[in-house]
Design a protein around this ligand. Structure first.
Ligand code: GLA
Length: 735
């Protein structure tokens, strides 16, 4: 397997050109342009971001009226404005004033090119580089900054945004994702008023439960899925962040995004450079779905680990047995998933602990030795059992954490995050503590957890990497007194360093980012992970809403989506297997259930559904998304589809989201097809006793996109099997 860790590759960068007196700098992608004025000796000016510009337009763009804002505003002169950067210089000076000194364009790996505008302060030997990375085939621009201190002493950075973008006021709406544990990725949209709108996260370790570091900015009023101009922005960072819109009297929304500076002033010693995480920007005139497609393609091709491969269909043990792990139970689950056509079994929490056994969530994290009372033949026995059944084996770890009840903590109490002079606050189970990844010894420890396991059992195919606690005490027993405020940032530097080491030694293992469910859905960590757990809530109905929002920024291949039990363990809702499966099939399909409790009929149905999913797996996991009918519009149904780039195959999903007698539901028109192609329709995961009227029939893309197909409101099934849900998955194949 080949791994695509573009963030990791710093090497192979060759200077292409150096333009000493650059003026207009055109950062272009196939469909978009970002234009700057980088006149040497002057501040760097933002000119334009949007649809691709021609040279003729560029020549006259100033006459058309352009904003007069610096592209990377810094604090000091005219201090009444919000800025992207603030610092206290080595002599106590509060003013930074940057002038352009040059522009370089370099070729980076993966076909990317990086344009760097170099700036120097007018008084201090302090330098800011503003960088823009583009790829030949992607409509995404990654932008980030680097600060270098060559002053005679330290500079204290008090704000360090990755990027700034001025957006002209009109009827601008912002869509964001908010939520909480078990309710992640919920869409909220609102027009931008005057004043400040801020989206932030201060969890410390994870960052996407309650808010997301990504937004869609719709320029033409309420966002539409397949029409209208949209700017998408995704901060590629796993730690505390801040996205801020400051709308002032200039008729502009000033958008800033970066690491949240709150409680994190950062001292940059003489000679040091601070690099911000990138902000990924995209622009589309094909609505929200258009912007999503650009993020998904860019993400799969250049960010996500193994984004060009396909994912295995798995069974995870968590909701099936929780902590009640034993060899016989694991083997039974392996047999069941293998017999239904699955390809991987993942043993979740509860398998470890020697002196302290992991019986529930209050002990043993850090003691990653197998509990032989539960698993007499150890991990090797499980790997063998999986191999015998023709499937692969995966395992749960929570490497960044420990419990105060653990051998690790007894040996190394100095490894946990806490103020050196105060007691630690303890989290999950009343005993969970976060390991201090700012400490290089802890980074080694975390690396060794994975290394030891993978060295002993190279057959391990998959790791579910969990993180179930935020930073609960601001303090480090490792950082010096003057650097306590570096904790939030250095934790993530350490985390990334460790993941880089793991990935360079184990490029092929699949790793899931889980963090009490969907706490780690962000493009900062995904270069090291193959996927993320969308939520601990597996209720199919609520998942429609969560996965819908999550799909704004993240592709289906990365969204772990599992069939679970009914009644659902989180909502207690009774949902038929057909519907649970149809929702799970719209992401990276898996199961999170005790198959022992399924009837033979249910197992047979699932086996067929898994076989059907395999037919559309490449379409779902590598295709382009077209969201059609939003569950948030409360029209009684939701619908989306994936289409291959060649437009020869598509997978269509339709789910009823509420049931009222004789409520008519809107007829959904499709999108993304080739109007001239003729598609044959077949239903997948069919439970009806009679085929749909259009089963096996062919229609042009033109017809499907202007008329669509009428979805029956109910299923035609035996009387006893009737229920209040209805859903459809269709495969469309061009002749
Ligand atoms: C977290 C995860 C769950 C499960 C448990 C195990 O809550 O999100 O999926 O792995 O931990 O303790």
């Amino acid at each position: 397997m080949h791994i695509h860790l573009k963030c990791l590759a710093a090497a192979a960068i060759a200077a292409l050109s150096l333009t000493a007196h650059a003026e207009k700098v055109h950062i272009s992608t196939p469909g978009t342009s970002l234009l700057l004025d980088a006149t040497e000796g002057k501040p760097l000016k933002f000119v334009y971001y949007g649809d691709a510009l021609t040279n003729a337009d560029i020549a006259n763009i100033d006459a058309a009226g352009t904003p007069s804002f610096n592209a990377y505003p810094v604090y000091g002169n005219n201090p009444d404005k919000e800025t992207a950067f603030r610092a206290v210089h080595s002599d106590g000076g509060m003013i930074t004033e940057m002038k352009v000194t040059g522009v370089t364009k370099t070729a980076a790996d993966d076909g990317a090119s990086v344009t760097t505008v170099r700036m120097a302060d007018t008084l201090y030997p302090f330098y800011i580089d503003v960088n823009y990375r583009t790829y030949p085939d992607e409509d995404v621009i990654e932008t980030w900054t680097e600060y270098t201190n060559k002053e005679k002493g330290s500079v204290q950075l008090t704000r360090f945004m990755s990027a700034y973008l001025p957006i002209r006021r009109s009827d601008v709406h912002v869509s964001q994702l908010y939520g909480s544990w078990a309710n992640e990725g919920i869409v909220e949209e609102a027009p931008l008023p005057h004043g400040v709108k801020m989206i932030k996260n201060t969890d410390g370790t994870r960052n996407s439960h309650t808010s997301h570091g990504e937004v869609m900015i719709s320029l033409d009023g309420k966002a539409r899925e397949n029409e209208g101009r949209v700017i998408g922005a995704a901060l590629c960072y796993g730690g505390n962040y801040k996205l801020m819109f400051d709308t002032d009297d200039s008729d502009y929304h000033h958008f800033f995004a970066g690491i949240y500076e709150d409680n994190s002033p950062y001292t940059l010693a003489k000679g040091e450079t601070f690099v911000t995480p990138p902000l990924a920007l995209t622009y589309s005139d094909e609505g929200l779905s258009g912007a999503s497609r650009s993020f998904h393609r860019w993400g799969r091709n250049h960010k996500l680990a193994h984004g060009k491969d396909l994912r295995k269909i798995l069974l995870n043990s968590w909701e099936g047995v929780y902590f009640d792990i034993n060899e016989e139970g694991m083997q039974q689950m392996m047999s069941d998933i293998a017999s239904m056509g699955g390809e991987l079994f993942v043993m979740d929490d509860g398998w470890f602990g020697n002196k302290y056994k992991r019986a529930t969530d209050n002990s043993s994290l850090g003691d990653w030795t197998v509990d032989t009372a539960k698993l007499p033949h150890g991990i090797k026995g499980l790997c063998d059992a999986a191999r015998e059944r023709g499937i692969r084996f995966g395992i749960w770890l929570e490497p960044e954490m420990t419990n105060s009840v653990s051998e690790l903590y007894e040996k190394h109490p100095e490894y946990v995050i806490k103020n050196p002079k105060r007691d630690a606050i303890q989290g999950r189970g009343g005993t969970q503590l976060v390991l201090d990844l700012s400490n290089p010894k802890v980074q080694d420890l975390v690396f060794n957890i994975v290394d030891t396991l993978m060295t002993a059992y190279p057959q391990i195919d998959y790791i579910k990497w969990d993180a179930n606690a935020p930073i609960m005490n601001h303090g480090s027993q490792y950082l010096t007194a003057d650097k306590q405020s570096h904790l939030y940032i250095d934790y993530h530097k350490g985390f990334e360093q460790t993941l880089k080491r793991i990935r360079s030694k184990y490029p092929d293992v699949t790793i899931q980012a889980c963090a009490s469910g969907g706490g780690r859905a962000n493009w900062g960590v995904l270069p090291y992970f193959d996927e993320f757990w969308v939520s601990d809530n597996t209720d199919a109905l609520q998942r429609i809403y969560m996965q819908w929002g999550t799909s704004y920024f993240f592709p289906a291949i990365a969204m772990a989506s599992h069939i679970s039990a009914s009644p659902n363990h989180q909502t207690n809702r009774l949902v038929p297997l057909k519907f649970r499966t149809d929702v799970a099939m719209s992401g990276r399909l898996g199961m999170e259930i005790q198959p022992k409790n399924m009837t033979e009929k249910e197992k047979e149905q699932t086996k067929k559904a898994i076989a059907d999913y395999k037919l559309i797996r490449p379409v779902v996991q590598h295709g382009d998304i077209y969201r059609l009918l939003s569950p948030y519009d409360r029209k009684g149904a939701a619908s989306l589809m994936y289409v291959t780039p060649e437009k020869d195959k598509a997978a269509f999903y339709w789910w009823k989201t509420e049931t009222f007698c004789n409520q008519q539901l809107p007829r959904v028109t499709m999108a993304g097809l080739d109007p001239a192609k003729t598609y044959t329709i077949r239903e997948l995961n069919r439970v009806d006793t009679v085929p749909l009227p259009f089963e096996g029939k062919s229609f042009t893309g033109e017809f499907l996109m202007s008329n669509g197909l009428e979805m029956p409101l109910t299923h035609t099934v035996e009387w006893n099997d009737r229920n209040d849900y209805s859903s459809r998955v269709l495969i469309l194949e061009a002749k």
